[in-house]
Design a protein around this ligand. Structure first.
Ligand SMILES: [Zn+2]
Length: 436
């Protein structure tokens, strides 16, 4: 091409000699005319896009980003930026001005109630784009009002509208359970569930969540149809503990966590010698600090003859080494709607947590436990009865080895034992660390 251009120039020089014979079809640029070109990326304009000037002249390019865009870079022709203008002085040769506009970046922030988490897919986003936030309420809360960033909630996902500026997604969580009646207050305790995966049985995340939700119904006196089946004389002694559990959403280092730890290995619930569930050196899963969380270990409950025994254990504060307190539950009895008749309604966890919360014994008048402190405590304000009161005992979560479908209630006396144990007893630190 260069060679061809030189050839044309030579023709022009001949033409200037005065010959009237032919005019070249392409009029050549006079040697002191210089063309400036432009290139553009992003959304915006540069004006003029191309211009031919005399050598030594100056050119002013006007740069205008589209709405939502910034001028990111302009260069070429030895020009200088001056506000929205790019000034090229003393043009000496053909050259190109390159301009780049980039979309403005916006920040999407969140503001959420304490009872859940919000995770924005793209917290930094370009003008005009959309993103979404996934909302994770705690096990005992629902998603409430969500607004901001011109979005819409679909299930647990909040899809934003097109983003045209910094904005904030606001999330409220609403309690699944009512405020307890004074003087009982709502207490919420995060739990971490360690699951031993043994390749034979499995416990899904959904089962774990459903079990905790079920236990909350028991502790909050919300298992309404069951309670309605208790006889009228006993019903007046049913107690609301005010205590709710939820899967931890933060690990002890402050990192986001599901609250579920899956351990590769087999343990039977009966294999609890030396607190091996809680000891990694014995194949266990180390507990999280138990002044902030309650540790729950779930494993096979099968004994050698194939039955489930025991259903669970509680490692009760002051009765077990501090490092190993928590509860274990046979996975066959873990979760409502499991198949292990008659322990198939998710009552075992509620029972073991009862022990953990200070209800030492069983309401049955069983030989093993009749001397324990719980069975001998006044259970309720009526007729100085204790927890061996027949009806209260029969329907109680703290009876031993009875079918799940008979276990329906904690008594008011049991509630006061649990609340004392929690607020002024061995679990005081756990209580204080979880005050909202
Ligand atoms: Zn028990």
């Amino acid at each position: 091409m260069k060679n061809g251009f030189l050839f044309l120039s030579a023709l022009v020089l001949i033409g200037c000699g005065g010959s009237s014979s032919k005019t070249p079809e392409t009029k050549p640029t006079p040697s002191n005319d210089i063309t400036l070109y432009t290139t553009l990326s992003g959304k915006g304009s540069i004006i003029p896009t191309q211009i031919t000037v005399k050598k030594g002249e100056s050119v002013n390019f006007e740069l205008t980003p589209e709405q939502g865009y910034n001028l990111a870079n302009v260069s070429g022709c030895n020009g200088k930026i001056n506000g929205q203008n790019y000034q090229v002085k003393n043009v000496t040769e053909k050259c190109t001005v390159s301009v780049e506009f980039t979309a403005k970046q916006y920040l999407i922030s969140t503001k959420a109630d304490l009872q859940g988490k919000v995770v924005v897919e793209q917290p930094e986003i370009s003008h005009g784009e959309t993103t979404f936030a996934d909302i994770f309420p705690h096990t005992d809360y629902d998603i409430g009002d969500v607004f901001g960033c011109n979005g819409q909630l679909t299930g647990t996902r909040y899809n934003t509208g097109k983003i045209h500026g910094d904005c904030r997604i606001n999330v409220a969580f609403t309690p699944m359970h009512p405020e307890p009646e004074a003087p009982i207050t709502r207490v919420r305790i995060p739990v971490v569930v360690h699951v031993f995966e043994n390749g034979i049985y499995g416990v899904t995340d959904e089962q774990i969540k459903a079990q905790i939700a079920q236990t909350n119904l028991h502790y909050r006196m919300q298992n309404t149809s069951e309670l309605n089946s208790i006889n009228a004389d006993t019903k007046q002694y049913v107690g609301d503990t005010g205590i709710q559990f939820y899967l931890a959403d933060t690990d002890p280092n402050g990192n986001p966590h599901s609250g579920i730890i899956r351990i590769d290995g087999h343990k039977g619930v009966g294999d609890n010698q030396n607190y091996s569930f809680a000891r990694p050196e014995l194949g266990g899963s180390a507990p999280w600090q138990n002044d902030k969380y309650i540790n729950i270990w779930v494993s096979s409950g099968r004994n050698m003859s194939g039955g489930v025994a025991p259903l669970g254990w509680a490692y009760v504060p002051t009765f077990a080494p501090d490092d190993y307190i928590g509860v274990t539950v046979a996975q066959e009895t873990f979760g409502p709607n499991n198949t292990e008749f008659p322990y198939f309604e998710g009552k075992t966890l509620s029972h073991e947590l009862g022990h953990f919360l200070g209800l030492m014994g069983h309401t049955n008048n069983d030989v093993d436990h009749k001397d324990n402190n719980h069975a001998n405590q006044p259970c309720d304000a009526d007729i100085a009865s204790n927890c061996q009161n027949k009806n209260i005992s029969h329907s109680n979560f703290m009876q031993m080895n009875n079918a799940d479908n008979t276990m329906k209630m904690f008594s008011k006396g049991q509630v006061s034992i649990m609340r004392n144990w929690l607020e002024n007893g061995p679990l005081e630190a756990l209580y204080l660390n979880n005050l909202e």
